[in-house]
Design a protein around this ligand. Structure first.
Ligand SMILES: NC(=O)c1ccc[n+]([C@@H]2O[C@H](COP(=O)([O-])OP(=O)(O)OC[C@H]3O[C@@H](n4cnc5c(N)ncnc54)[C@H](O)[C@@H]3O)[C@@H](O)[C@H]2O)c1
Ligand SMILES: [Zn+2]
Length: 297
């Protein structure tokens, strides 16, 4: 299908007011009552599910917004980490070289904070989707998030495109890397393989992404994408949904804010991940969708 036809189907629904905070609903053209509003939300979610319903290799691509509902701050936007913290000092190779202890203190703090958060219903819905999207459809879950909330929600395999918060690795690039989720023990010692300093296993600004995770996404050859909570401002990951949309593949976006991608999305759902993912996954795994899939494939 051509990109233009996806644009024509693009749905935009500003429903975060009701769905996120249970307060007054935002105004939608032709919608005046709460019941009409809920029905408009259902229509938008259904359109998003239909756009993804014939996918055989569905990529779920999640950004920091997916973890926001669990209490993990995003980088940009309201309450974002970069509004209060200095990127250059905390998340660049230069910042680490200048003061490794300041960087480690911040990372240990983030590890502790993430460990105190629990997966929310939207993350659990992604786990259900990856386990229950009816065969022969397959799901690959990839994220720029460094936290482990998707794993804790029950997703078996998560492709971490920007590294992992709980990994510690050799700062001299000897190749040593290990899970460091036992009281940050490994972060306090030199590299056991070569004796150099160790650093957090996150990808920092100015660094290339590890090729393995990007290759895993390319090998999967997604034919559709569910894009959750990403501002798509970070390359090269932002190229993934853009390339899929340019190739005429349906990409559904879920974000409380309009993004630069909203206009090319097959459907753009406005709202919080914890509210919109459960009903969307319910539909995608429903008998109605299975029947539709059978008819089309
Ligand atoms: N949880 C984490 O591990 C974490 C947290 C902060 C930043 N990061 C890093 O941030 C960088 C990338 O940028 P990004 O685009 O992922 O994040 P970003 O901070 O640039 O954008 C977050 C996006 O999430 C949306 N959002 C906010 N609340 C949401 C909600 N409740 N539901 C759905 N969407 C919501 C925002 O509108 C925004 O578009 C990555 O490098 C990643 O490593 C990771
Ligand atoms: Zn080493």
């Amino acid at each position: 299908m051509a990109m233009a036809s996806h644009s024509a189907q693009a749905l935009s629904l500003a429903c975060e007011g009701v769905l996120r905070r249970g307060q007054s609903r935002p105004s939608l053209p032709g919608v005046s009552t709460a019941a009409e509003y809920q029905s408009a939300v259902r229509v938008a979610i259904t359109a998003a599910a239909v756009a993804l319903s014939t996918s055989k290799r569905l990529l779920v691509l999640a950004g920091a917004g997916l973890s926001a509902d669990a209490g993990v701050p995003t980088f940009r936007g309201e309450g974002g980490l970069w509004r209060t913290h200095d990127v250059e000092r905390l998340a660049t190779p230069g910042g680490f070289a200048a003061d490794p202890e300041v960087v480690w203190d911040w990372y240990r703090e983030r590890r502790l904070h993430v460990a105190s958060c629990s997966p929310h219903p939207g993350q659990r819905a992604i786990a259900l989707l990856s386990a229950h999207l009816p065969a022969p459809a397959q799901v690959l879950v990839a994220t720029t998030n460094e936290d482990d909330l998707l794993e804790r929600a029950g997703v078996n395999q998560v492709v971490h495109l920007h590294g992992s918060l709980f990994d510690t690795m050799c700062a001299a690039n000897c190749g040593w890397r290990a899970k460091d989720d036992q009281d940050n023990l490994l972060s306090l010692r030199p590299c056991p393989a070569c004796g150099a300093r160790v650093r957090p296993g996150s990808v920092w600004f100015g660094e290339a992404l590890p090729s393995g995770p990007l290759e895993a996404v390319a090998r999967f050859e997604p034919d559709a994408c569910l894009l959750v909570g990403s501002s798509l401002l970070v390359q090269p990951v932002s190229g993934i949904p853009n390339d899929l949309a340019a190739a005429g593949r349906p990409v559904v976006e879920l974000n409380p804010e309009e993004t630069g991608f909203s206009q090319v999305a097959a459907a753009s759902l406005r709202g919080a991940a914890k509210d919109l993912l459960p009903p969307l996954v319910d539909l995608l795994t429903s008998r109605t969708m299975q029947d539709q899939r059978r008819r089309v494939t």
